[in-house]
Design a protein around this ligand. Structure first.
Ligand SMILES: Nc1ncnc2c1ncn2[C@@H]1O[C@H](COP(=O)(O)OP(=O)(O)O)[C@@H](O)[C@H]1O
Ligand SMILES: [Mg+2]
Length: 188
């Protein structure tokens, strides 16, 4: 796990594993305060209070143990967020869903690099066909959103598995990301 984007992919994948059909992913960097916050909210199976404490134990997982022995996703996220002076908050209710918010301080020397957000979004949007994604990405007061419903109007769902369509979508996401930074440096 070398970037914040890797953590986003991992945490959003937990929501898919938890059976979510709707997932809201918010990725928000404030260049003025150097706070980088991402949150993932899902309507998956949720967790009771006891489990919410245990998921930060590196040896806890509900995956079959023949697939993977340890559940490092959440403990590792918490460790990396806290190393930067931030942290992780988890709220969940069985049968309702889960919301996880992670804060990083990007000016801290121990903060992970942000990494490749467009590739992360592409992977999420194309690898879980029954999930309806609502992705919002903000940089200061600029933002863009991408959601599955909009994409289905442009790319029928069977086409999103086509590498050609995925390249187009990746280009589109990279352009959206560039716009956030272009406008910032242009001062407009
Ligand atoms: N969004 C979620 N909804 C329900 N349960 C979750 C969610 N995220 C994590 N969990 C639970 O926490 C456990 C630990 O998660 P994690 O640390 O990512 O390790 P892993 O996914 O490898 O098991 C999972 O096995 C799962 O039981
Ligand atoms: Mg996981």
């Amino acid at each position: 796990m070398r970037t914040i984007a890797d953590h986003i992919l991992d945490i959003a994948s937990n929501s898919v594993t938890a059976g979510a059909t709707e997932i809201w992913l918010d990725v928000d960097h404030n260049p003025a305060t150097h706070q980088f916050v991402f949150s993932v909210q899902d309507n998956g199976k949720g967790m009771d209070n006891d489990m919410q404490e245990r998921v930060f134990d590196p040896f806890f997982t509900t995956r079959p143990h023949n697939i993977r022995r340890f559940g490092l996703g959440l403990p590792f996220l918490r460790e990396n967020a806290e190393l930067s002076g931030g942290g992780v908050e988890l709220t969940s209710a069985p049968g309702k869903g889960t919301m996880l918010t992670a804060t990083f301080h990007t000016e801290n020397i121990d903060c992970l690099p942000v990494g490749d957000l467009p590739s992360t979004f592409l992977t999420l949007l194309t690898s879980a066909p029954r999930v309806c994604w609502h992705i919002r990405r903000a940089e200061g007061n600029l933002s863009y959103t991408v959601c599955t419903e909009e994409l289905q109007a442009i790319f029928p769902s069977e086409e999103l598995s086509d590498p050609q369509a995925q390249l187009l979508l990746l280009d589109f996401l990279r352009e959206q990301e560039r716009e956030l930074h272009r406008n910032k440096s242009g001062g407009a």
